[in-house]
Design a protein around this ligand. Structure first.
Ligand SMILES: NC(=O)c1ccc[n+]([C@@H]2O[C@H](COP(=O)([O-])OP(=O)(O)OC[C@H]3O[C@@H](n4cnc5c(N)ncnc54)[C@H](O)[C@@H]3O)[C@@H](O)[C@H]2O)c1
Ligand SMILES: N[C@H](CO)Cc1c[nH]c[nH+]1
Ligand SMILES: [Zn+2]
Length: 442
C-alpha cells in the first residue's frame, strides 16, 4: 500500500486563533516567494527575447524542442479523427450543458430614467482579444477548453488565442475545434502567460488572460496583471482544492472519493473535511488510504493529502463558519437537507449539494464553470462566467429639459470640489438655455 499521511484528526475547539489560522493555511501560498522570483525572470526574458525565450523554456520545463508554436488546422482535424466516437459524444454532451448554462448568464441591457429627461443605460460588449490558458503539465485538461472557449464564443470575442504546454493531447485539440478556436499555440507555464501578455513574433498579445494553472502559471497571471504593458486576468485560479462538510451519516467512501478527486490534481492541492463526527473523520481517513492505493496518480495525491486536513467541529453551523473562513474553491455538503445550509455559506467558488453531486460533475459536465478562485480568493472573486468575457459600458443621454433639471446640482457639486472647468461645462449650457428662453425659444 502507498505510504500516505493524512494529518491527524484535528479538534477545532482545542485550537487557539493562531492555531486555527495555521491549520487552514494553503501549501501553495507558503511556496509564494520563491515562485515569484522564478516567474519574474521568465516574464522579463520572454518580454525581451520573444520566441527564443519560449523555445528555451519549453526545452527546460517541458523537455520539448518546439519548431512551430502554432498548431495547424490539419493537425487539429487529424486529432478529431483519432479520438474515439465515445469521447466525441461525451465531449459534445458536456459542451451542450455548458453552453446552456452560460447562455442563460447573458446580461440584459439596463435602461433607467433617473429623472425626467435623464436616461441612463448599461450595455455589454465583448472583450475583443482574449487568451485562454489550458493546463497540461501533469494531465491534459481538455475540459478547461470548454469552460473557457464556450463563454468566449457566446460573448462574441473576435480573437481567441489558446496556449497549452507541449506535447498537446488530441483531446485538447478536439475540444478547441468544438469551440471554434483556431489559434492554438503549444507553449505552457509562465512563459505562455508572458507571450499572451506582451506578444512575441508568433504569439499575439491579448487584452485579458483566462484560465487555471499551477502555482507558476497563477503567479505569472498575477504579475502580468500588474505591469502597465501586461494584460488583465480573470482571477487567481491555482492549485485545486475542495472542502467537504459531512454529517455523521455521510458515506465515508463517497467523502473519501471526493477528497481524492481534488488531491490527485497536484502535490500542492489541498483537501479539507469538516465534520461534527469524530467517527466519520476516522472512517474517511481509512477509506481514503484504501482508495488511494488503487489510484494511478497516488504519488501526487499522497503528497497533497499530507498537507490536507480532517477537522472535527462542534456542529454543522460551525462547519459553515469555518468553511467561510477558508473560502474553498469547491464546497461539497454531504449532509441531510444540505440545501438548508446554503444560506449560511458566503465564501465558496462552487457548491455541490447532497451525496449525488460529486465535484467531478461540475469539473466536466453539469454546465457550471470549473474555473474557480483558489487560495481563499472566493471571499472576493466569483466563479468564471460569461460576464468575465464582456465589459459593461454605460450610456447617458439628457434632453434639454433633463439638463436644466440637473444643472444646478452638478454646478454646486463641481464648485465644492473646486473643479471650475467641470462647472463651466454646465454654466455655458445654462447660459445658452437662458438666452434662447429670452428670445422666446425653448
Ligand atoms: N482553480 C481552478 O479553477 C483549476 C482548474 C483546473 C486545474 N487547476 C489546477 O491547475 C494546475 C495544473 O497544473 P499542471 O502543472 O498540471 O499544468 P500547468 O499547465 O498549469 O503547468 C505546467 C507548466 O508549468 C511550468 N513549470 C513546471 N515546473 C516549473 C518550474 N520548476 N519552474 C518554472 N515553471 C515550471 C512548465 O512550463 C509547464 O509547462 C493544477 O494545480 C490544478 O489543480 C485549477
Ligand atoms: N477540479 C478542477 C478545478 O479546480 C477542474 C478539472 C478539470 N478536470 C478535472 N478537474
Ligand atoms: Zn478536478
Amino acid at each position: 500500500m502507498t505510504e500516505f499521511a493524512f494529518s491527524d484528526i484535528i479538534d477545532w475547539d482545542a485550537l487557539n486563533e493562531a492555531g486555527r489560522t495555521e491549520i487552514l493555511r494553503r501549501p501553495a501560498v507558503m511556496a509564494g516567494e520563491r515562485i515569484s522570483a522564478v516567474v519574474k525572470e521568465i516574464l522579463d526574458n520572454v518580454e525581451k527575447k520573444g520566441d527564443e525565450a519560449l523555445r528555451e523554456y519549453s526545452a527546460k520545463f517541458d523537455r520539448t524542442e518546439v519548431k512551430n508554436f502554432r498548431i495547424s488546422k490539419e493537425e487539429v482535424d487529424a486529432a478529431w479523427e483519432r479520438v474515439s466516437p465515445d469521447f466525441r459524444t461525451a465531449l459534445e454532451r458536456a459542451a451542450r450543458n455548458i453552453e446552456k448554462f452560460h447562455t442563460a448568464e447573458k446580461l440584459e441591457p439596463v435602461v433607467v430614467e433617473t429623472m425626467p429627461g435623464v436616461k441612463c443605460e448599461q450595455v455589454t460588449r465583448p472583450i475583443e482579444a482574449v487568451g485562454l490558458y489550458i493546463p497540461g503539465g501533469t494531465a491534459p485538461l481538455f475540459s478547461t477548453v470548454l469552460m473557457l472557449g464556450i463563454p468566449a464564443r457566446i460573448a462574441g470575442c473576435s480573437k481567441v488565442v489558446l496556449c497549452t504546454p507541449p506535447p498537446v493531447a488530441d483531446q485538447i485539440l478536439c475540444a478547441a475545434r468544438l469551440c471554434g478556436i483556431e489559434e492554438i499555440y503549444q507553449v505552457g507555464g509562465a512563459q505562455a502567460i508572458a507571450a499572451m501578455a506582451f506578444g512575441t513574433e508568433t504569439v499575439p498579445a491579448v487584452s485579458k488572460i483566462f484560465g487555471p494553472g499551477n502555482a507558476y502559471v497563477t503567479e505569472a497571471k498575477r504579475q502580468v496583471s500588474r505591469r502597465p504593458d501586461g494584460a488583465a486576468i480573470d482571477m487567481p485560479a491555482g492549485p485545486s482544492e475542495v472542502l467537504v462538510i459531512a454529517d455523521k451519516d455521510a458515506d465515508p467512501a463517497f467523502v473519501a472519493a471526493d477528497l481524492l478527486s481534488q488531491a490527485e490534481h497536484g502535490p500542492d492541492s489541498q483537501v479539507v473535511l469538516l465534520t461534527p463526527s469524530k467517527e466519520l473523520a476516522a472512517s474517511v481517513a481509512e477509506e481514503a488510504a484504501a482508495q488511494l492505493a488503487q489510484l494511478p496518480r497516488r504519488e501526487i495525491a499522497a503528497k497533497s493529502l499530507s498537507a490536507s486536513r480532517l477537522i472535527v467541529v462542534k456542529d454543522l453551523e460551525e462547519c459553515c463558519r469555518v468553511s467561510n473562513r477558508y473560502a474553498p474553491e469547491h464546497l461539497i455538503i454531504q449532509a441531510k437537507n444540505a440545501r438548508d445550509l446554503v444560506p449560511l455559506i458566503n465564501n465558496a467558488g462552487s457548491v455541490f449539494l447532497g451525496e449525488w453531486s460529486p465535484e467531478s460533475g461540475g469539473d466536466y459536465a453539469t454546465g457550471t464553470n470549473h474555473v474557480l478562485p483558489t487560495y481563499g480568493c472566493a471571499a472576493a472573486y466569483s466563479s468564471l462566467g460569461l460576464a468575465d468575457f464582456m465589459k459593461r459600458m454605460t450610456i447617458q443621454e439628457m434632453t434639454a429639459k433633463g439638463f436644466s433639471g440637473l444643472a444646478e446640482t452638478i454646478a454646486i457639486l463641481a464648485h465644492a470640489e473646486e473643479l471650475d472647468a467641470h462647472r463651466n461645462a454646465v454654466l455655458i449650457r445654462m447660459a445658452r438655455q437662458s438666452a434662447a428662453k429670452a428670445k422666446g425659444g425653448c
